[in-house]
Design a protein around this ligand. Structure first.
Ligand code: TYM
Length: 330
């Protein structure tokens, strides 16, 4: 049994990318490992958020975690800002991290326009990976299930943990990223060379887990493909078709090879329709459960209880760090 930690930002409607890269895996992993699943609201404020919208999205994310099948009897679920140890350890890790290594994070470079927007982006966007490292290290995490876009942040977390252990004595477990081959990067429907993202300004680029069947069908029907007619899996040459094949395989469990064989001589339109139908079938029961949980208010209770358990574990690590760094204990 490994200690597992992962988190999702409540910065918009969760997408099919979040589902396959993270949520669906969280549900499987809770059966075998000791899991902590967090909604990382403090990460969300690294870019401007409307306070009411952030609160609503956080409640919705709580309901969505459970609607997807995370079971609070099996995993500890909580909201990051309810456990103040995260920001305290983040400060300490900011003093361990180097400006240069944070500046090399590709997500920061992308979001800050390579430094060109330095007067517009927040300092929090720059130091964000130290907060993410704190999330992970507080729980002595061994494995971090994420999509491929988070790999660099977890490598930085490892570097910070190793540096801290070397300078102050053994304190943190060194975590491993846990990334699957298929589903680690679901691509945008309009531009399949880019990651599907909940913060995209174009809603046709992503499938929200709350989209209606009509929206889902329309978005897949419009999905960008290529000018050939052949259906085969090749992420470089055919990113649009390969993305559709991955999504279908993840929805139904059928291998990509078998789908490709079935589609010999058939057209892109048929594939798009089958993918859309499978996604509708996947999301319909999740949406029903989501609305039930949101109305009953049940989901937040689980997160309240989860925060108590998380605080206990986090405070044990934090206390050790305070001692190691030389803070006076009275
Ligand atoms: P976030 O909120 O952007 O995404 C949450 C999780 O979903 C995965 N993901 C995807 N996977 C496949 N295809 C996609 N298109 C796709 N889009 C998103 C992400 O890889 C992630 O696993 N910094 C993190 C949140 C975080 C965190 C942590 C994660 C904060 N602290 C500690 C793990 C451990 C983030 O912004 O994820």
């Amino acid at each position: 049994m490994a200690r597992v930690f992962s988190g999702i930002q409540p910065s918009g409607k969760l997408t099919l990318g979040n589902y396959f890269g993270a949520l669906s895996r969280f549900v499987k992993i809770q059966e075998t490992d000791e899991c902590m699943y967090c909604i990382v609201d403090q990460h969300a404020i690294t870019v401007p958020q409307d306070p009411e919208a952030l609160r609503r999205q956080t409640i919705e994310a709580c309901a969505m975690y459970l609607a997807c099948g995370i079971d609070p009897e099996k995993a500890i679920v909580f909201v990051q800002s309810h456990v103040s140890a995260h920001t305290e350890l983040a400060w300490m890790l900011q003093c361990v991290a180097r400006m240069g290594e944070l500046g090399r994070m590709t997500q920061f470079k992308d979001k800050s326009g390579g430094g060109a927007n330095a007067d517009v982006v927040s300092v929090g966007l720059f130091t964000y990976p130290a907060l993410m490292a704190a999330d992970i290290l507080l729980y002595q995490t061994e494995r971090v299930p994420v999509g491929i876009d988070q790999k660099q942040h977890i490598e930085l977390t490892r570097d910070l943990a190793e540096r801290f252990n070397r300078d102050y004595g053994d304190t943190f477990t060194i975590p491993e990223p846990w990334i699957e081959e298929i589903g680690a990067k679901i691509m945008a429907l309009d531009e399949p060379t880019k990651k599907m993202s909940k913060s995209s300004p174009n809603p046709n680029s992503y499938i929200s887990l709350l989209d209606t069947p009509e929206e889902i069908k329309k978005k897949f029907a419009r999905a960008t493909t290529d000018s050939e007619r052949e259906i085969r899996y090749d992420r470089e040459a055919k990113p649009g078709i390969s993305n559709l094949l991955e999504i279908l395989s993840l929805c139904t469990g059928e291998s990509i090879e078998s789908i490709v064989n079935r589609y010999q001589g058939k057209g892109y339109g048929d594939l798009k329709r089958e993918v859309a139908d499978s996604v509708v079938e996947l999301l319909t029961p999740i949406q029903a459960k989501f609305h039930r949980l949101l109305e009953s208010g049940e989901a937040v209770d689980a997160f309240r209880e989860g925060a108590k358990k998380a605080r206990e574990i986090a405070n044990r690590t934090l206390q050790k760090v305070r001692e190691r760094m030389g803070f006076l204990q009275l």
